[in-house]
Ligand binder design. Structure first.
Ligand SMILES: *[C@@H]1O[C@H](CO)[C@@H](O)[C@H](O)[C@H]1NC(C)=O
Length: 208
C-alpha cells in the first residue's frame, strides 16, 4: 500500500520533471540554420521606413540550397518579426535568451503557421498598426509534428546586426498626442491630489 503510493508519487515527479525539461531545454543554438529568409517592402522595394498600419512586408522563405539536412521531420513554419540588436539595447523586455521559452527577440507573429515545403513560400503581411518603431528582421522557425522548433532561418546575420529594417509609426502626430494626453492626465491627477491634501491639512490646521 505505502509502496504503491511511493511509486505513484515518484512516477508523478518524474513525469513532471521531464515535462519541465522538455519545455525549457530547447535552445536556439540547437536549431539547424537551414532556411533562407528575405524581407522586402511590397513590389521589391526597400523595407526601410515601412509604415505600421499602412504598408506591407513581402517575406519569402525556402530550404537553403546549401543546407545538408534531412527535412523529413519539418512540418510547419512560423514567421516572426524580431528586434535587431540596436532596438534591444537598454530594453530587458526584448532581451535575447538562448533558452527559446525565455527568448524575447521575436515578439510578433507574421501570418503563421504555414505548411512547410522545400521550395518555400512567400507572404504579404500588412504590418499591424500596434507594431512599435524599431529596427527589425524576420525569422522563420520550422516546427516538427510535435510542435517543437527544429530549424530556422533569418533575414539578418547571426549577430542580428546586418540587413535590419526600420518600421515606423504611421504618423508621429498620434504618438505625440498620446504622450501629451498622458502627461496632462497625470498632471491633473497629481494636482487633484495636491489640492485634496492641501484642503485636508489646512482644515486640520484651522481646527487645532
Ligand atoms: C536600412 O537602412 C540602414 C541604414 O539607414 C541600412 O544599414 C540597412 O541595411 C537598410 N536595410 C535594408 C534591409 O535595406
Amino acid at each position: 500500500m505505502d509502496l504503491a503510493i511511493l511509486r505513484v508519487a515518484s512516477f508523478i515527479i518524474v513525469v513532471h520533471m521531464s515535462s519541465i525539461l522538455a519545455e525549457g531545454a530547447t535552445l536556439f543554438s540547437e536549431l539547424s540554420n537551414s532556411l533562407t529568409v528575405s524581407a522586402t517592402g511590397a513590389d521589391n522595394t526597400s523595407p526601410n521606413g515601412t509604415k505600421a498600419g499602412a504598408d506591407e512586408l513581402f517575406v519569402t522563405w525556402a530550404l537553403s540550397s546549401a543546407a545538408q539536412v534531412d527535412d523529413s521531420s519539418y512540418k510547419t513554419v512560423e514567421l516572426k518579426l524580431c528586434f535587431g540588436v540596436p532596438s534591444q539595447i537598454d530594453r530587458p523586455w526584448r532581451k535575447t535568451n538562448n533558452v527559446l521559452s525565455k527568448d524575447k527577440t521575436c515578439g510578433f507573429n507574421i501570418g503563421s503557421p504555414q505548411p512547410y515545403n522545400r521550395a518555400g513560400n512567400t507572404i504579404n503581411w500588412l504590418v499591424r498598426k500596434e507594431i512599435p518603431f524599431a529596427h527589425y528582421f524576420v525569422r522563420a522557425y520550422v516546427l516538427d509534428s510535435a510542435g517543437e522548433k527544429v530549424a530556422y532561418g533569418q533575414s539578418s546575420n547571426a549577430q542580428r546586426t546586418s540587413n535590419l529594417f526600420r518600421i515606423e509609426a504611421i504618423s508621429g502626430r498620434h504618438a505625440s498626442i498620446d504622450i501629451a494626453a498622458a502627461v496632462f492626465s497625470a498632471f491633473s491627477v497629481i494636482s487633484l491630489l495636491g489640492f485634496f491634501f492641501y484642503e485636508k491639512t489646512s482644515t486640520r490646521g484651522r481646527k487645532a
